[in-house]
Design a protein around this ligand. Sequence first.
Ligand SMILES: [Mn+2]
Length: 409
Amino acid sequence: MKFIHAADLHLDSPFEGLQHLPKTLWQRVHEAPFKATEKMVTDAIGQQVDFVLLVGDLFDRETQSVQAQVFLNEQLQRLIDAKIAVLVSFGNHDYITDDQQLSLPEGVRVFGSDVTTEMLTTHDHTRVAISGFSYADRWLEEDVVPQFPSRGTADFQIGMLHGAVKQGAVNHYAPFAVSELAATHYDYWALGHIHKPSVLSEQPPIIYAGTLQGRHKLESGEHGYQLVSSQGQQLNHQFVPADSLRWSSLSLTVDETTTDVKLIETVQAALKAVKPDVFELIELKLTGIEKLSASMLSRLNDGTWLERFDQTQKRTYQQSHTWVYEVTVAPTDQPVQYAKLDAAFWQRAQATVFTADNVEMTAGKLMQYPFIADHLRDPQTTARLTDRAKNELLAQSRLEDDNDADHDN
Ligand SMILES: [Mn+2]
């Protein structure tokens, strides 16, 4: 028996904030989730798997474009034509609504909002029971695991679950405990929802396939699916990349001698050395910024330098297979002298202003939208806000220093 476990295709992802990319590159980015899906299907046919499990968030939103629907139908039809069974559950992004019935090719088995079990017999006469459910809403706060049936008499029993490990008091996505899944004695738990591929347990395998295609810098590294095959009663799993572009970062140190042109040359040389096998979208991280001139620092902060660099990389990205989409200037760990700002005051302000509670209060009613709430509650969001404020303050105080110096002259 052989099968593919994939999840979080997120077809139709908007890729906001990347619209300034050259047109051909933007198209490549926008098409990446589609390409990854197509590759997974081609692999499934090539590998002659018995079935494919798609564990939620096939689409990025609960309403899909016609293009995305047609595409998914075509791909699933390729599987059906190749006599590969397809089992689909919908997640928190593409939950099933009453007024909108998505039509999938005949033969695709779709789980409803209650946990049910599908039986199938593979080409080598292995009997497999697969249990799962779909979200009926964007949030599912209850633990659904107790609804999964006890392990039956099939040769293998597999659970499909789009959810997150229970953490703290508030859990919106079918919260579960790993021990709870292990206690079901299922042979494999195919998880969806967390976009980073991760193995929560080897015995039994409890695995997040991760998103098929990383879509922003928090989804860096390789992305793909799990290819699982049986060896007796043992299930062996293997991660297979399916992504056509990857998010990564490049760290460089700058100093007082750094100029626009010099930095362009340094970055180009560093990119030449990268030689990626898959196209990389790169965040340039600069350290040592406290040594930069005020004007250089403000050109980095306001995007002027990157605009200039874009002119260079427009000519080279097709060969280098890289594109720098963002520059972040990492604030120094050393306390910086802000001429007009008391250091102790800044430290205190930083600790009291940039808290999760303040961010939440400022967002107010917007917090009812899960994608906003998830983003703002992410500790990395607060950390980025703080860094941004530090950089702006540093640039500001440098400019004021320069102005004062001009007056003194
Ligand atoms: Mn997802």
